[in-house]
Design a protein around this ligand. Structure first.
Ligand SMILES: Nc1ncnc2c1ncn2[C@@H]1O[C@H](COP(=O)(O)OP(=O)(O)OP(=O)(O)O)[C@@H](O)[C@H]1O
Length: 629
């Protein structure tokens, strides 16, 4: 019943109030300043001495990561870490942990950084240990029984706590400031793998903390390792890490998170994305960059202008990696990774993260990886059980009035709490504008985000939505991936996507970090191709599937429908290399999940599930593709 869901959302909202107020949201600011304009107060003093890292657990200047504390049996593990000389980066001999920015002589940025946590965080930062009693309200219980699978050679063991991982005291302080008490499952596994020097393809459910899973080891690695003097070529910068994401908003979000994690570590994070003035981004880059977060188009521009060189890249992370490697982005990604001056695979560490990983995309992705570990937390491409999914049969002509009914009921019941936000996905940019207009004239303040809006309008819309000023956001798929917006209580698929993976990402805007959420989909004959994968997805997530949808699904089964979760290969429910002879580890937390049952979904498809090649594409309708950056 929706009532009980609403109760749980309300409870969840109140439980998390403390953490939300303190850490998980950006610090309150009277006026929003877009990332590309946030430079003035951040300006470092270019003349200061290089920062010292004396407080780095006493390991200053040591390039080899200490792994003695990682999980059980760590002492007998083979050497997994790549030593800096393996990359041809001779130690510079700089003291204090070999950190950063030797490019311009270095400076002590720790003194001058704006505190992204606000002013009252000192107690949190000084905390001596990760104290479980001070849990921020994140409900970890739903994650405890989650099945985890890793495959690849010599997989570093997972950790149970942040304290077991030697990330460095400064980063630990920031983790405490973020109120992260325990690592989420993807963090438990992925962080030791990356710290162990391995390439990684990681698949974990939406909202399960993938951003920190790749940011922590990158920041820690940069803090720790020694790098050769970066070249001094006028106006060209040489970042050590590159994080690519498909949308401008997601890049900004990753940048904001990475800045929190790297606060006072001396690691400098810069974002570059399209639609914003390039000159401001260039100025910011010139002040120094260790981690560059970027959208592919803007990065290619910077590379072609020779303002950025990838020659020194040690870490490459692709967030939403399956999206980054699909038809739309693949040429740009290949150009960046294979045709510019980035070190070859094996000479850099590459990490690919997403909640969905179609098999064909995995195959493509393996071109970028070297001897990698595949990590699947939960069912690959599954949605989290934290999201209550409803599917309603609604004809096209009835969609608006049906939405209105939902919104009225929501308002009258106070169903989603005072701050609750509703995200409505539509197929086209025109459709988004028109629905927004209609909602507004009917008394429901709404705004839109899509590819035809200017970047300024997009950022304004997002800010207005996040603040609750316009509690309804009508969006194309540009908002489907990665965005972590607190208080999104309801996702409505006004128009269902053609691809089940897109559905997974869309509904994943709610039910994040242990909180519950509701997702409602309007289904009609135009969505028949989705009937079967949707049914399977809902069954896997223990959702109630309406009888009429099951009937459509069984018709699709016999009608040769290709949009299938297992048969079409689009879900790539496991490491595609597993047909070979690579090693495999299964790690079932809490037990109860036998064998590979959690990959099966539709039972009867198990045997042939991965035999059918490709067919992952084709899901992006014309009005949708162009919404991406
Ligand atoms: N260890 C942790 N403890 C508490 N909260 C966490 C932890 N790790 C991450 N979070 C919070 O969980 C939320 C979701 O994290 P994140 O955005 O990284 O998810 P994601 O897996 O990348 O999702 P998506 O697939 O949608 O991109 C964020 O608000 C983040 O601050």
């Amino acid at each position: 019943m929706r009532t009980s869901w609403a109760d749980s959302v309300a409870n969840s909202a109140s439980e998390t109030a403390v953490s939300d107020n303190n850490s998980l949201r950006r610090p309150t600011r009277s006026t929003y300043v877009p990332p590309h304009l946030r430079s003035a107060s951040d300006t470092p003093n270019l003349s200061g001495p290089a920062p010292e890292r004396t407080n780095f657990n006493g390991n200053a200047g040591v390039s080899q990561l200490s792994r003695s504390s990682m999980g059980g049996g760590g002492g007998s593990k083979p050497e997994l870490g790549r030593q800096s000389q393996g990359y041809g980066y001779a130690g510079s001999g700089r003291g204090g942990g070999g950190c950063l920015n030797n490019r311009s002589g270095g400076w002590d940025r720790r003194e001058r950084e704006v505190n992204p946590f606000g002013d009252n965080d000192e107690a949190d930062a000084r905390g001596q240990a990760f104290n479980e009693q001070e849990n921020s309200g994140i409900n970890f219980d739903p994650y405890q029984d989650i099945p985890v699978e890793t495959s690849g050679e010599n997989v570093p063991p997972p950790v149970n706590t942040f304290a077991e991982i030697d990330l460095g005291e400064l980063l630990d302080q920031n983790i405490r400031r973020c109120k992260y008490v325990k690592p989420t499952p993807v963090q438990r596994h992925a962080i030791p793998i990356v710290l162990g020097g391995r390439d990684l393809m990681a698949c974990a459910q939406t909202g399960s903390g993938k951003t920190a899973a790749f940011c922590f080891p990158i920041i820690s690695g940069i803090m720790r390792e020694q790098y050769a003097q970066r070249p001094r070529v006028a106006r060209t910068v040489y970042p050590l890490a590159l994080i690519l994401s498909p949308t401008r908003e997601l890049s900004c979000q990753i940048h904001d998170e990475a800045k929190k994690f790297s606060y006072q570590t001396g690691v400098k994070v810069v974002v570059a994305y399209g639609g914003a003035p390039i000159n401001q981004q260039l100025r910011e880059l010139e002040r120094g960059v260790d981690i560059l977060v970027a959208t592919p188009g803007r990065l290619v521009d910077l590379l072609e202008r020779a303002r950025v060189s990838l020659q020194m890249i040690r870490y490459l992370a692709l967030d939403e990696a399956d999206r980054m490697l699909d038809m739309g982005f693949e040429p740009q990604i290949r150009k960046i990774v294979e045709q510019m001056d980035m070190p070859n695979r094996g000479m850099r560490q590459t990490m690919l993260f997403s909640a969905t990983f179609p098999r064909e995309i995995q195959r493509l992705a393996s071109d970028f990886l070297s001897d990698y570990i595949f990590l699947a937390v939960g069912r690959v491409g599954s949605s989290t059980d934290l999201i209550v999914q409803r599917v309603e049969f609604v004809q096209e002509s009835d969609k608006r009035s049906h939405l209105m009914d939902l919104l009225h009921a929501q308002r009258e019941n106070g169903a989603h709490g005072k701050q609750a936000l509703t995200l409505v996905f539509v197929e086209t940019k025109k459709g988004a504008d028109s629905l927004e207009h209609w909602l507004c004239i009917n008394g429901f303040p709404a705004t839109t985000i899509h590819g035809d809006r200017t970047q300024q309008e997009r950022e304004l819309a997002l800010r207005s939505f996040k603040s609750g000023k316009t509690p309804i956001l009508v969006a194309t798929d540009v908002a489907a991936r990665g965005l972590d917006i607190p208080h999104v209580a309801h996702v409505v698929n006004f128009d269902l996507p053609n691809d089940i993976d897109d559905y997974v990402h869309r509904i994943g805007r709610t039910g994040r970090a242990g909180k519950t959420g509701l997702a409602t989909a309007f289904f009609n004959e135009g969505n028949l191709s989705l009937a079967r994968p949707l049914t399977e997805l809902m069954q896997e997530a223990s959702q109630e599937v309406p009888a009429w949808l099951t009937r459509y699904a069984s018709r699709a089964l016999y009608g040769g429908n290709k949009n299938r979760r297992n048969g079409g290969g689009r879900f790539g429910g496991r490491d595609f290399r597993r047909e070979g002879s690579l090693g495999r580890n299964l790690d079932h937390y809490g037990g109860g999940n036998g064998g590979t049952a959690y990959y099966g979904g539709g039972g009867g498809n198990g045997g042939t599930a991965y035999a059918v090649p490709g067919n992952y594409g084709g899901g992006y309708a014309s009005g949708v593709t162009s919404a991406w950056d």
